[in-house]
Design a protein around this ligand. Structure first.
Ligand SMILES: *[C@@H]1O[C@H](CO)[C@@H](O)[C@H](O)[C@H]1NC(C)=O
Length: 218
């Protein structure tokens, strides 16, 4: 009798275990997008005006990304490069500051980088970060590379997207939705989700960024 009970318990426990593991895998798998073949190509946003994205943006939603799970209160700042640093070939280079707070330690961190658009009117840019991450972390963080503003109304929201090739395995992409405030009114969120669906990107992949109890300034 007791053996039967033990077996039954063991069996129940294993089932719960397997279910939890499966749920976790599905959660990670469903939220992070992997695809076969090459990264999808999106055209630059028509009539994109880089000077109108300058200033401060808050990360409101983003696709699930395990290494970023502890960060919150993320702010993105775009500024034109100082005149003396302006390159002869590209006078639209921007300085980018990414400010976050580690929710576990409470420590703020700032990553500085540069964004160079493909050309004057392109919303596709090359990001280069000054911060040199240790190799192991660099592989996990979406660092330097091609980033693209898929769509923005400049005044309320901006959808940023990046995609990396996983070699012969396929690709993995990330979506960030930035706002001029820490949250969106319903009609703005609807507009964003509609835009994503039109681009074949599932809004279900987005999770709310951690923006509770953020300090006024970082
Ligand atoms: C881009 O935006 C700036 C600031 O709003 C404006 O002064 C400029 O005329 C715009 N450029 C184009 C090409 O529309």
């Amino acid at each position: 009798m007791s053996i039967w009970l033990n077996n039954k318990h063991a069996h129940t426990f294993c089932c719960a275990c397997a279910t939890a593991l499966l749920t976790l895998l599905l959660l990670i798998d469903g939220a992070e997008s992997y695809g076969f073949g090459r990264c999808p190509k999106y055209p630059s946003m028509p009539k994109f005006n880089m000077s109108r994205v300058l200033g401060q943006w808050y990360e409101v939603e983003r696709s699930f990304y395990l290494p970023e799970i502890a960060s919150g209160c993320t702010i993105l700042e775009f500024q034109p490069l100082h005149k003396e640093k302006l390159s002869k070939f590209n006078n639209f280079e921007l300085e980018v500051a990414i400010k976050t707070i580690n929710r576990l330690t409470g420590n703020p961190s700032v990553n500085l980088g540069y964004a160079t658009p493909e050309n004057r009117k392109s919303s596709i840019m090359d990001f280069k970060f000054n911060t040199r991450f240790p190799d192991v972390i660099a592989r996990l963080l979406p660092g330097s590379g091609k980033y693209q503003v898929l769509y923005t109304d400049y005044e309320n929201f901006a959808i940023l997207w990046s995609c990396g090739s996983l070699g012969s395995i396929g690709y993995s992409d990330q979506i960030w939705v930035f706002g001029r405030d820490r949250d969106f009114p319903v009609e703005v969120r609807t507009k964003i989700y509609d835009a994503l669906k039109k681009l074949g990107l599932d809004p279900e992949r987005l999770v709310l960024s951690k923006n509770k109890n953020c300090p006024q300034t970082l």
